[in-house]
Design a protein around this ligand. Sequence first.
Ligand code: IMP
Ligand code: MG
Length: 426
Amino acid sequence: MISVILGLQFGDEGKGKITDFISKDYDDVVRFNGGSNAGHTVVINGEKFKFHLVPSGAMQSNRVILGNGMVIDPEELVDEIDLLKKSKKNIDIKISAGAHIVTKMHKCLDKKEEEIRSKLNIGTTSKGIGPTYEDKYARTGIRLIDLSNTEIIRDKIETIYNMKRQLLKGSIYENPEERGKMVESLCSFGNSIMKYMDYTENVIYNDYRSGKNILFEGAQGGMLDIDFGIYPFVTSSNTLAGALSTGSGFSFRKVDRVIGVFKAYTSKVGAGPFPSEILNGSTLRDLGGEYGTTTGRPRRIGWLDLPLLKYTIMMNDVDSLAITKVDILGKMKTIKVATKYTIDGKEIDYFPRRLEEFDKLHVDYVEFPGWGDITNGEDIISKGYQELPENMKKFLEFIEGETGKTIDIISLGEDRRMTITKQIFN
Ligand code: IMP
Ligand code: MG
């Protein structure tokens, strides 16, 4: 079985939790985009594990692969691997020779670019993601394979510095000694991670040929996709299903199942249009603990948005849905769901592209009564769907009817156990 799991909103849908839950059925889990801008939380028997670079399948699968589509901060990776090895000594880690390397200079550039953007400031995670992808596409980027060659690193750092000299004015990188230190530090981190380097496209293909189950894990969410998200308020990589091929080298033709994860409401970090935003979203924010795993920033909160969800379902060609945080949403007395976008009184049948259109956008909602606290958690876990509160079932069935997809995984709490499955996952 070859599957891909993706976020269908603005990131933070709870993919980490769902990936961990389903990864027991997969030998390999492969990440194919993004870097440490991602924050994936996994909770097992009350113990929390946070992943930024390593795939969140690491606790249950045998092998994790960081694909060429990723941008990797070697310092953060070393820390994350050390931590992971404490609870999972035998995990096999492979990193693509072609993955790009984030340096401290890229993080500095990330901040400088945000200062210059002013009105169209994105609110990035400051993890150096954008500038590293810029260098990748400018063909000046540093790849993992380069970390074994001091001369190449030195040459690339100088090239990047010279191309971005204007932006780096006033920073420590004007000092050649600082750039030299960075080269040394990259070499030393390179030495400690080189043992994980591989031509991972071959590893994945060989595992596929030998009949292994492979799960591809997308980072961020569909609405942050560089091409189809709400540009320019997006991340610098493709976050849709198709990216798994360019980001890992594995053919999209061999993917059996696309799993889309969405939260029962919506959240977003960073700037940009947010059609179903609740202007005073603090109740749900606090109930759901909606603060960034990576940055600690309070997340913006909104209702579930069906036009948006239908768009990302279409763009990913989703087979099966997973919903998270239904327990949290149910605590609200009245729940709203966005069903329709209209502009000047007319329903629109596309996802808006021009920022001015979002200003004119009118969102229609339907309301549902909440279902309160879940008090029969153990019954639900042992007996499944039938035990769910009636109001919750109505809400779930409404979403299934509107999207035409089944919700096969329902998450009712952060712990791995608080998950029930339906149909194909049984
Ligand atoms: P960048 O990826 O750091 O360049 O940030 C670009 C935009 O994507 C900002 O709005 C970030 O808040 C958002 N973003 C990036 N990664 C994530 C994520 O994993 N979860 C939620 N938002 C993210
Ligand atoms: Mg996150």
